[in-house]
Design a protein around this ligand. Structure first.
Ligand code: GLU
Length: 292
């Protein structure tokens, strides 16, 4: 790391599948406050690599809402859709070094394997030349320590699976893009919702295989409408109100176990919230039920 780069670089990485709702505000606010408290940078990355799930106008809508909430990001926002060539170069390199391989197994075949892929295409000789691309998972990370959730261990079968890094429809998988971009943006700590807690093991495995350092991990409780159902664009979570950011920010602060701040100017409000942000107060729960 160069002398000029701050020690802490955090990020918020929304997928543009709809407007910001209370669930995504928690991830945005939590990652922002943590970065500001650490005198670090806070970057925004738009994860727009899945066009079928993208909603037209959602990216700019999300950015406008962040601005209205005083969540101003450092540097220019990064769009994953502008990084496709980089992803492809890595795919080709991984294939060349036999660290990845093509796979033509169907969903049905994988079900017949018990739901976990058994690496069979990776043993074929010669290797296949088309299909989905899987990483040859030599790292198989099954444990890490999270700054809020503590010690996290996943099932060995999940940790050991050769997971997909490029889909058979040609789209790059989240696991590939997220790891390449977090490394590219020199992210030192990832703050996000607990829906991605277990998948961190795969990202640490990818980092190990690619020779990248892994960042620190800090997962926040998920806002759920009923057990196991996170508030999401898919279950029609309401967009947060752009005209009254203070009320939603305070609700998100309370959700995160933080003191609320009764200051009208949103920038001053966030400054105070960052100063008092205490990760020890964040509930160590993967989900918390809220009223919609
Ligand atoms: N784009 C993912 C989402 O909106 C978040 C990815 C991440 O924070 O690693 O769920």
């Amino acid at each position: 790391m160069s002398l000029n780069s701050p020690a802490y670089i955090g990020r918020f990485a929304p997928s543009p599948s709809g407007p910001l709702h209370f669930g995504s505000l928690i991830a945005a606010l939590g990652s922002y406050l943590r970065a500001k408290q650490q005198q670090g940078k806070w970057l925004v990355r738009i994860e727009d690599i899945d066009p079928p799930r993208e909603v037209a106008g959602a990216s700019s809508d999300i950015l406008t809402t962040l601005e209205a909430y005083g969540l101003h990001w450092d540097d220019t926002e990064l769009y994953q859709s502008q990084r496709l060539e980089i992803y492809q170069q890595h795919i080709e390199q991984l294939l060349k070094e036999d660290l990845g391989y093509f796979c033509h197994c169907t969903r049905k075949q994988i079900q017949q394997m018990g739901g976990v892929y058994d690496s069979r295409c990776g043993q074929l000789s010669p290797r296949l030349t088309q299909g989905a691309v899987r990483i040859r998972n030599s790292a198989q990370v099954e444990h890490f320590t999270d700054l809020v959730m503590g010690s996290v261990t996943v099932k060995h079968s999940f940790a050991a699976e050769d997971f997909i890094i490029k889909r058979s429809d040609g789209l790059y998988a989240y696991q590939l893009a997220v790891v390449l971009d977090d490394a590219f943006q020199q992210i030192t700590e990832i703050v996000r919702g607990c829906d991605l807690l277990e998948t961190s093991c795969r990202q640490i495995s990818m980092n190990n295989i690619l020779g990248f350092n892994s960042p620190n991990w800090l997962h926040l409780p998920l806002a759920c409408t009923k057990p196991g159902f996170k508030l999401s664009k898919q279950n029609y979570a309401n967009a947060i109100d752009r005209k009254r950011p203070q009320a939603s920010i305070n609700a998100a602060l309370r959700f995160l176990g933080q003191q609320q701040v009764d200051i009208d100017d949103v920038d001053v409000m966030l400054k105070q919230a960052a100063e008092q942000f205490a990760i020890s107060q964040i509930p160590q729960l993967s989900e918390i039920l809220i009223e919609q």
